[in-house]
Every structure is written in structure tokens, then in C-alpha cells.
Design a protein around this ligand. Structure first.
Ligand code: GLC
Length: 824
């Protein structure tokens, strides 16, 4: 019998009971291996209890484990998360012994014990154990789980149990309101609307069932690709084991071997998709409020930004821009001419983004309703008939319950309906509806409430019998709730791609499932304007980065409750380097734009926003690395120093790329803090004073200053100050050179047009810059640029940073040719 423990959790003011299986050791175990079958890419194990397990060798460091309990593995094999199935089979061999079967690749040795059926992953070269089953894979044969989904197709609870290392650390699992190292914690994945969440609240909005284990500097990854409500336990219920399981579906996981985390993140991106490059302006400063209206208020906010010389690229329109919360419409009184507005703001360098929720107002047409004229429906009154609802009904794209009733949740418009995004035609229709925004000059789309939130019941129980097409399986929200947001974001992204093929889509989402990075960036939902909530920013952003979601950010200053100038300033000192930097605030709280608490705070915030824009060449280069390699921009220190155990729990500092280390102040009234600097030498960004790493240093941190250190040996490419992307050409590019002990430093600079998808076809430029100390100064070598993008004529400036007040500076004209520059 499985022991069940009900844990109380409150969602949006409601108390609900989530069942968490605390002891999986009592589940039915898979039977011993009776026979095996081999194909060119797989080994299938037939078990005594008629279960089947298939190991697929995808790459030398990537093995898929798929199990079907008491029956053969079904032929149907579908996942919304997986982006790639065309792996070229690596070299591998199979050997059989009396007690075990071994699969050997160039990197992994997978030993399968026949009885009991247990899997071990070892390093192919050293034979050292990386990860091993603690018990055979298991299933809830008796169906004793109390909180069963009302879905006959859900099947059984399935689980895998792993030995936990005495010194093993755990990272990842996407968006969790938790510390960086997840050891001794346990988690549930069930996308939930959780406004005002605090540390420990679980689950929250997203499901990324991917984690990393790290022991003795060696890392592995496990992606449990199962979208049912799932559970992860990293030594919480027992110090001997970690386990993961789900309330239905298949035991289906991918095992990644590093040993480096960076390598695993690359493979994970290969498997679930690489983040495409967003437009460069997405790295610009963004401002939001629930809600700015009417249009004159929007203009006033922008005017205020410009008058105050504060940088701004994007303004967000929250739900009140619509007619009675009807998606794909504009309130004709508040926003009579959205196109004129976007054009006007465009002249100020500001782009508009609109929120689009999944809830389509439930609105059968009133009898004898007036027909819409043939013009743009989004600008016509929709109170008699609502074109989105009517089209969706006609095409049968909305979700129904098992008894064929239309599913009618309650969200902002009151009664509403949701689209079945598993239907390819419905996704296409939804994507095409975004014409209403694109035709009016809207630059990007903000997907919210897509857990999907339902005011009737936030636990999701009201959705258990909601059916989706699901590639013909006709499964319920027991399986599909966690992928709803992924598919909505996909419909949105693909729609934007079709509507504006020459521009990169920009989508922001709240909920997600693994693979979301292919379609959307994200923010961490409804945080609080508190110091504790600010402190959570760092482990949440870094954890998301370790889970394949590089483009992250949080409402700067916090969303709920009243903030103050000090909190807002410290919040900008974290977010000015986060990929998504957007100040946003709940409807009924005090205003929070950068100037709201007075000039003293505003001046400091301006300094950081201006610095963000100067750092754009550096940030964009690092973002492109995330796109290409899966290694995020906003990193925990451990990602760069995996061999340094002092970094394994460090979550009040972060790094941008390999070179910049930032240690913000996360408490009130603090003007000095300790900063851990890893090995090597570091320059204080503000004073250029040099420190030796491998130790804690005490750093000055008055409100004006966020402690920031540059790695000796790096070069930070910077551009001119700007108030929006494209305000001026990036001329000159300044290379701030921080030489190491040997007088060397190097970097690469990535550039492209910042807007079009041409980078995918080689329209980019990557330049490598290497600096060496020589007699009397330094020599900088510029490589021949890679790629065929030409940024045009401009100047390059080389600045040698040193502790001494004097700086060596040389400026040359850039003609894109490889060359040597003397810096004397
Ligand atoms: C949700 C969002 C929040 C938004 C609000 C109104 O709470 O998380 O950002 O302002 O809905 O749309």
C-alpha cells in the first residue's frame, strides 16, 4: 500500500488538498529481465511480469529509458516537448553476462541488472558510478492513490527511484520558489496560478521536469518527459533515495551525462529545442502596469520616461485595453486608434506589447444581433456578437468536457471558453487571430493565465474531465493541463512568424512545460514587493537557466503590495542584468515607475538602466551563446566553477556569462556585504581594485552601488549610452580589457541585424578579440569575422583597465578585416 500524505496548500485564497506520495517503495516493482531484443538504436528488455523497458541510444551521452508496466511498449510515442528525433546513432556495443547486460557508448556504460531490474549509469572510461536505481522502476498496480484523476486513460502512478549520493546536489526543475540547491526538498509539478507566492510555495506556474545531479564535480541530467502531475523528491522523504513519478502516463526519461553541466544544457537544448534569438529590443528596458489606459495615459508614461532621460524600449498593455476583456479586440473608447498610437510611440523608439489570455469570453450572439462590418473586427463593438467566440464555435475549436458539454471556466471576462491547442488547425487559427495586433503595429505578445487559471477552482480539479484532441488520443487535462501553455505559446509564436516573416517573434509567458524556450520567453508571475521576494529572484532566474529557459525576468520591484524607493532600487540592481527587465505592478497598489519615490532613487535607477544599454553588446553576445549552446546568460556561479564546492549553495550572487559577477544587496539598510569570488583574479567594476579569488571579500554597497566584479582575463564589449535600441548606431564599440596575471584577455563579440531571422542563414558577425601584454603596452588581435553580417563603418575603442588611474586607450576605424592593434 502506498502511504499518502495530504499536504495543505493554498491557491489564490482557496485551500486545496494535494496528495503527495511520500513512500514509493511500496509500489509494485517491475519484474526481472527474461529476454532482450536489439535494434540498431535500441535494446528492449522483456520482463517476467510482461513489462517492457526500452533503452534508446541517442548520443554517446544521451540515453532514453522508456518503460511500460505489465504490457508491451505502445507504438504511439508522442511528446510536445521533444524538438528532435533525427539523432545519428553513435558507436555503441552490447554485452551480456549472467547477471547483467551492458550497453557501452564512448561516454557511458549502462549496466542493467537482470534481477531485480536495476539500471546503473557509469562513466565509460573510469567506470565510476554516476547514477543508479535504488529500487526497480515501479507502478501503482492496485490503483490505491486516493486522488486519482477522473481519467480512465491516465493509467497508473509510475515512479523511478535513484540512489542519492552522500554529497550529491540537485539543481533545476524550472520555475520553483526554492533555493538553488534542491537537495532534501521535494516538489510537485502542476501548473498553478499562485499570486503572491513566497519561498516554499509549490507548485507554482510552470512544469519543467528536468533536473541535474552533481556529485564530486561530476554532473548528470534527467528529463522525465511526462506531463501528468509529477513529483520529484531529492532526499526529502528518505535520505537514501531520490525519486520521481507521475500520476499517469509513461515512465519515460532521458539520461544525460556531462560531466559538465554546460554540456548537459547543450544536449537538453538539442533535445527540447534551442531558444531562437528574440529581437534585440527585447533586451531593452520595459514598463508595465495593470493597466495603462487610455491611450493618452500610455503616451504620458512614455513622455515621462523621455523627459526624465530614462531608457525605455517597451510598454505593456494589460487586460484593460480590451473591450470587456475580449481577447483580440481594443476598447474603442480607450484605444480608438491603436495603429496611430503604435506609430506615435514608434517615433519615440517605444514598442507596445499586448496581453493575450486564453479565456475567450463566452458570448453566444444576442438575437437579431447587428452584423459586423467588413473592416477590422478588433476595432468594432463586440457587445452583440463577438467574432472570436463565434468563429471558434463554428470551427469547433473550444474544449469540451467528457460528456461533450462545452467547458466554461471563469476568468477575467467572466464565463469563458478555452481553445484546444492540441488541434493543429486551432493553433493555426489562434495564431492567425494575432493579425488584430500585428495590423495595429503591436510588437509582441504577453501570454498570461495559461496554467490555465480558472476562478471556479484553481486546483485544476474542475478541469480533470476536459478533453483535448491530443493527436487522436482524446486525453484529458489530467495529461494536458501542464502542456496547455506550451501549446498556446506555440500557436502564438507560429502565428507571429507567419504574420511577420521578416521579424523575430517576441512572446512572454507565465506558465510552461519543457520545450517552452522554442516559442517564448518568461517571467516569474505575481511576486511580492518584499525583500524576501526580491531575494528569490536570483535562485529562480539561475534555476530557470539550468532548466533550459534562458530568457527570464521578474516584475522589477515586485507585483503585489506596496514597495518603496530602497526596495525598487535594489530590485533594479538585480534586474538590470536579467534578460527580461520589466517593472510591473498590480492594479490596486501604489505606483512603481522609476520616478515614483523621488529623485534620489530615480537617479540611481537611471544609472543602472543606462549601464544596461551600454552593456548591450556584451548581453547580446551572451544571449546568442544561450541560443546556440543552451548555456544561459544569467548563471549561478557554480555553472562557471563546477569544481568549486563553495559555489554549490551560492544563490545571493550570480554571473552574467563567464565574466561578470554580481552580488546584489537583498536586505534593507545594508551598505556592505560579503561576496564570494571564485579562483582567479577579479576587478571591482567600480574602483578597478584587484582581488584574488577563492575567498570572500567585503564589498562596499551603499544604495548607489551593487557590488560587481569582472574576471581578470576577460574583455567586456560595450556600446554608447542610449535611451532605446537603435536610437544611435553602436559606435564606437568599446572593449574594456581586464588583463589577467599574464597580461592576457580575450572575448568574442556577436552581432546581427537584431530584428530579422536572417541570422539563421549566416547573417551575423562573430569576432574574436585577444589581447596580450608586450613591451611597452598591449597588442590586440582581431580575428577574421565569422558570418556575413556587415555592421557598417564604425570605430573600435580599446581600453586597458588597471588599478592605476591611468588607462591606455586606442581607437581605430573598423573595416571588418583581421588586424593587430597596438595599445600603448
Ligand atoms: C495576472 C498576471 C499579472 C497581470 C494580471 C492582470 O495576475 O500575472 O501580471 O497584471 O493578471 O492581467
Amino acid at each position: 500500500m502506498i502511504k499518502l500524505l495530504a499536504s495543505l496548500c493554498s491557491l489564490t485564497g482557496l485551500s486545496v488538498v494535494l496528495v503527495s506520495a511520500q513512500d514509493v517503495t511500496h509500489l509494485e516493482k517491475i519484474g526481472p529481465v527474461i529476454s532482450i531484443e536489439k535494434s540498431s538504436t535500441t535494446v528492449t528488455f522483456n520482463c517476467g511480469d510482461k513489462s517492457q523497458v526500452r533503452l534508446t541510444i541517442l548520443a554517446p551521452d544521451l540515453i532514453r529509458v522508456r518503460a511500460s508496466f505489465t504490457k508491451p511498449i505502445p507504438t504511439r510515442d508522442h511528446s510536445w516537448a521533444i524538438a528532435r528525433d533525427d539523432w545519428s546513432t553513435p558507436r555503441w556495443s552490447l554485452s551480456e553476462a549472467a547477471e547483467s547486460i551492458t550497453i557501452l557508448t564512448d561516454e557511458l556504460e549502462v549496466v542493467v541488472r537482470r534481477s531485480p531490474f536495476m539500471i546503473e549509469f557509469r562513466d565509460a572510461r573510469t567506470h565510476d558510478l554516476i547514477n543508479a536505481d535504488e529500487q526497480p522502476m515501479a507502478y501503482d498496480a492496485k490503483g490505491t492513490l486516493a486522488d486519482r484523476m477522473f481519467d480512465p486513460k491516465a493509467g497508473m502512478f509510475v515512479a523511478a527511484t535513484k540512489k542519492i549520493g552522500f554529497d550529491e546536489h540537485f539543481y533545476g526543475l524550472g520555475e520553483k520558489a526554492a533555493r538553488l540547491d534542491k537537495r532534501r526538498d521535494s516538489f510537485v509539478n502542476w501548473n498553478s496560478d499562485t499570486p503572491g507566492y513566497t519561498l516554499g510555495k509549490d507548485p507554482i506556474y510552470q512544469t519543467i521536469p528536468f533536473y541535474l545531479g552533481l556529485q564530486h564535480t561530476v554532473a548528470y541530467g534527467i528529463f522525465f518527459d511526462n506531463s501528468y502531475r509529477s513529483y520529484f523528491d531529492f532526499g526529502h522523504s528518505s535520505q537514501q533515495r531520490a525519486w520521481f513519478g507521475a500520476e499517469g502516463g509513461e515512465m519515460n526519461y532521458y539520461f544525460f551525462y556531462g560531466p559538465s553541466i554546460k554540456k548537459i544544457l547543450g544536449r537538453y537544448a538539442d533535445l527540447t529545442g534551442h531558444m531562437p534569438m528574440p529581437p534585440l529590443w527585447a533586451l531593452g528596458n520595459q514598463q508595465s502596469r495593470w493597466s495603462y489606459y487610455p491611450d493618452t495615459m500610455v503616451e504620458e508614461v512614455v513622455r515621462e520616461y523621455r523627459n526624465r532621460d530614462l531608457p525605455l524600449d517597451v510598454l505593456h498593455l494589460d487586460i484593460d485595453y480590451m473591450q470587456g476583456y475580449r481577447v483580440f479586440t481594443f476598447d474603442t473608447k480607450r484605444f480608438p486608434d491603436p495603429k496611430a498610437l503604435t506609430e506615435k510611440l514608434g517615433r519615440e523608439g517605444v514598442k507596445l506589447i499586448t496581453i493575450v489570455d486564453p479565456g475567450v469570453k463566452y458570448q453566444p450572439p444576442v438575437p437579431n444581433a447587428v452584423q459586423l462590418t467588413s473592416g477590422m473586427p478588433e476595432l468594432q463593438p463586440q457587445d452583440q456578437r463577438y467574432y472570436v467566440y463565434e468563429e471558434g464555435i463554428k470551427k469547433n475549436y473550444f474544449q469540451h468536457r467528457m460528456n461533450a458539454e462545452l467547458f466554461i471556466p471563469r476568468v477575467w471576462p467572466g464565463e469563458a471558453v478555452f481553445v484546444d491547442y492540441t488541434l493543429p488547425d486551432a493553433r493555426r487559427w489562434w495564431g492567425d487571430l494575432h493579425r488584430a495586433y500585428m495590423d495595429n503595429g503591436i510588437a509582441g505578445i504577453w501570454n498570461d493565465m495559461n496554467e490555465p487559471s480558472d476562478f471556479v477552482d484553481q486546483t485544476g480539479k474542475n478541469q480533470f474531465d476536459v478533453v483535448s484532441f491530443d493527436e487522436g488520443e482524446k486525453s484529458t487535462h489530467a495529461k494536458n493541463r501542464n502542456v496547455f501553455a506550451l501549446l498556446m505559446a506555440r500557436a502564438t509564436y507560429e502565428g507571429l512568424e507567419r504574420l511577420r516573416p521578416n521579424q523575430r517573434p517576441y512572446v512572454i509567458t507565465r506558465a510552461a512545460y519543457a520545450g517552452i524556450q522554442r516559442y517564448s520567453t518568461m517571467w516569474t508571475g505575481d511576486t511580492n514587493s518584499t525583500w524576501d521576494s526580491l531575494a528569490l529572484n536570483i535562485p529562480m532566474f539561475t534555476t530557470l537557466g539550468l532548466s533550459g529557459e534562458p530568457f527570464v525576468g521578474s516584475d522589477v520591484g515586485g507585483f503585489m503590495g506596496r514597495g518603496n524607493g530602497e526596495l525598487l532600487t535594489r530590485a533594479y540592481q538585480v534586474s538590470f542584468l536579467a534578460p527580461f527587465c520589466r517593472n510591473h505592478k498590480v492594479i490596486d497598489s501604489y505606483d512603481q515607475e522609476p520616478w515614483r519615490f523621488g529623485k534620489y532613487y530615480e537617479d540611481i535607477i537611471r544609472k543602472y538602466l543606462k549601464l544596461r544599454y551600454q552593456l548591450l553588446p556584451f548581453l547580446y553576445t551572451t544571449l546568442e551563446e544561450a541560443h546556440r549552446t543552451g548555456v544561459p546568460l544569467f548563471r549561478p556561479v557554480l555553472l562557471n566553477y563546477q569544481d568549486d564546492p563553495n559555489t554549490y549553495n551560492l544563490d545571493d550572487e550570480f554571473m552574467i556569462g563567464n565574466d561578470l559577477l554580481v552580488a546584489p544587496v537583498l536586505k534593507p539598510d545594508v551598505t556592505r556585504r560579503l561576496v564570494y569570488l571564485p579562483r582567479g583574479s577579479w576587478y571591482d567594476y567600480w574602483t578597478n581594485k584587484k582581488y584574488e579569488g577563492g575567498t570572500m571579500v567585503s564589498s562596499d554597497a551603499p544604495l548607489e552601488t551593487v557590488p560587481m566584479f569582472v574576471r581578470a582575463g576577460s574583455i567586456i564589449p560595450m556600446g554608447p549610452q542610449m535611451n532605446y535600441v537603435g536610437e544611435k548606431p553602436s559606435d564606437p564599440i568599446t572593449f574594456a580589457i581586464y588583463p589577467d596575471e599574464k597580461g592576457s584577455a580575450s572575448t568574442t563579440l556577436y552581432e546581427d541585424d537584431g530584428l530579422s531571422p536572417a541570422y539563421k542563414e549566416g547573417a551575423f558577425r562573430r569576432t574574436t578579440i585577444a589581447v596580450k601584454q608586450v613591451a611597452g603596452g598591449y597588442n590586440a588581435t582581431l580575428s577574421a569575422p565569422e558570418g556575413r553580417y556587415n555592421p557598417g563603418p564604425r570605430k573600435l575603442s580599446f581600453v586597458i583597465i588597471s588599478e592605476q588611474a591611468t588607462r591606455k586607450v586606442v581607437t581605430v576605424a573598423d573595416d571588418g578585416s583581421p588586424r593587430k592593434i597596438e595599445i600603448k
